[in-house]
Design a protein around this ligand. Sequence first.
Ligand code: FMN
Ligand code: SF4
Length: 434
Amino acid sequence: MSEKILLRHEDVPDLRRLEVYERDGGYQAARQALGGMEPAALVELVKASGLRGRGGAGFPTGVKWGFLPKDNPKPRYLCVNADESEPGTFKDRQIIERNPHLLIEGTLLSAYAIQSHTAYIYIRGEFAFGAKVLEEALAEAYAKGHLGRRIYGTDYDLDIYVHRGAGAYICGEETGLIESLEGKRAYPRIKPPFPATHGLFASPTIVNNVETLACVPAIVSRGADWFKGIGPEKSPGPKLYCVSGHVNKPGVYELPMGTSLREIVYTHAGGIRDGKALKAVIPGGSSVPVFTAGEIDVAMDFESVAKAGSLLGSCGIIVMDEDTCMVRALQVIARFYRHESCGQCTPCREGTGWLEDLLMRLEHGGARPQDVDLLRRVADNMIGNTVCVLADAAAMPVQSFLSKFRPEFERHVETGGCPARGDRLHPAAAAAQA
Ligand SMILES: Cc1cc2nc3c(=O)[nH]c(=O)nc-3n(C[C@H](O)[C@H](O)[C@H](O)COP(=O)(O)O)c2cc1C
Ligand code: SF4
């Protein structure tokens, strides 16, 4: 697939300006749908396209929209999840910063489909530039009648607001996001009830990822069959793959769903830096199980990656070369989850702390032989016991690193710290012993 849909701004300079976007065919899909399609038909079209959410879970988008209750008199809300918190993931900001009208058009179409008149783009606080670009693009869209009252002369109204978060991973979890939008601390809610029935301000709400909504204009203009024809039948469409780590050309690549992980790493991202050997790849952002170098002949779509023992997640592909210390890599991941746990559930609050402390001991010295098994036990006890899946996200990498690289962890116990480090003890531990 050489034609770009989501990264079209790479071929069309200044696509973020409304006049360029319109000249390139922008907002034609919105005019077409609002002018002649029933909202229910639009929901059916997205269902038929097979579009699945790009935020991590891969839930079919049209099916989710269909869960909104038909008889609830409360207003409906659409929340655009632009929090983009998963380590290794930096795709949504490409769309936001370089092609904001694609997101706005996708939001307009999706809001029309679910008959929402208010949409919020919840953007990570640190994305100051992205928020500014969006505000400017929204002002342009209002001025040209793509948003506001009686859009294109129809009786459909829509307001879109940008809401800046304060920058916490948990704000990307859909119910945490909703709590935050309501002005509260982003504690995830117990589900059910799901946002489709009890979401923002206790009203029917849909939360969708930026990349998901950015697919909708092309589905409307080119049809469900065109979209379904890209990639595998059960996970179709164009996909943004983020590649970071020890590759020659890190970046965001738009390729069909189901492109081989080996092809992404070795062809598109230019292979491993300095001609080194590959050691491991995390395919879907830091929260999913790791693949060894021998496991990368896998098609990058939801089914295939799950069948191979990991998850497609947010498609944040993190590449590690032969010099990588897997204990150190895991410790960095564990530190992130400890910092980002909202603290609401004991297994997560305490477990993430234990994971990082044990990994610190392994990496910097002071670990006992039984600590490797203890690490595994702590991770096993965190899975499936909490309000949201952040605890699972913290535990799954630990389980997989231990399953696939256990001798490296044991060697850290034997050598009293990382064999690759000069300083056996962490400065804090060394100071305590002095
Ligand atoms: C801890 C945690 C963090 C998440 N962070 C994000 C995020 O930054 N962006 C995102 O779109 N989805 C994130 N998700 C997934 C959302 O909860 C939700 O599934 C998604 O926004 C739904 O959109 P989609 O159906 O279009 O994928 C996160 C989930 C969890 C559990
Ligand atoms: S699992 Fe962790 S992040 Fe999720 S609600 Fe519980 S404490 Fe908060």
